[in-house]
Design a protein. Sequence first.
Length: 320
Amino acid sequence: MLPASYDKKSDRVALTQKQHDRISSLNARMKEGNVPKVSTARSGGAKPKLGQHFLTDPMAPGRIADALGDISRSTVFEIGPGRGALTSLLAKRARRLIAIETDRVLAAQLRMKFSLYGNVEIIEGDVLAVDFDSIFGPKPGSTRPGINQQPERVQVVGNLPFFITSDILLRLFAYRKYFESSVLMVQREVADRLAAEPGTSEYGLLSATTQLYTAVEKLFTLPPAAFTPPPKVHSTVVRLTVIPRLEGLRVPETAFIDFLKLSFGQKRKTLWNNLKAQYDTKALRAAMEEAGVKSDARSEALSLEKTAALFRALSNSKAS
Ligand code: SAM
């Protein structure tokens, strides 16, 4: 629900006198120190340990929010809102916005800032630990017959803390029943790996896993100067759209992920050398032949279809 007096044209919220008074009082409390403030030390108060590089490019929030499309009827989940560079725009555009921030101080400040928005919820917490089922799953009382039991479909957005990018992605994939698409800012090199084609030097386990669950699009890249403090690397915004690829590949999820991990086990080794630790060499040779995989192939060279064919051939030989 948008705030009552939201004006779509100007992207602004007109405040009543009561709301205005409340904000003035909150601002006064902040000045008095009742709300924790971020220190303004050298890095502008950013905590490097939390991957804090705040977006300061004035055009970037609009470009990222635009990449989500029309969100006026969507629930949006923002990871790491920080100082709210993106949050303000999302709050105005989304039907419902849930943002999770691990930094207590920033979470408290965001709660204050968005206290008048009925459609915004700020969670102080760790995106790697938060219980998605309790946030997006069916609520008590919604189990009566006739009530729609489809999981909520949520759009994810965030300028991710780089040091946990892969962990966040894996968690989003694990809960993909909720997350239909994501627009995420990641390190440029990571974006290249997510989108890499088999047979290229960037293709690896992260590419294969990501492409098993999603279609990847690289949208645009920002230089370090777009952030405060500037990171050492460029950042790229990617869109990941969940696709049901597992069904087409005819592989069981967990066992196939384990197989991918084994296949990519040691980068310099051939696929054969990575797999022979776990499979009987005779069965391995026969399965590679059946799947049309050369004995000196490297896992990076194989498409997901070929890897799945090899997995299926090995599973059949085990079963027989
Ligand atoms: N969205 C803001 C922006 O673009 O200016 C901040 C982006 S900053 C790169 C990453 C944010 O993620 C920081 O605010 C940081 O505190 C937060 N963060 C780091 N680890 C987190 C975690 N495990 N769960 C939730 N937020 C986290």
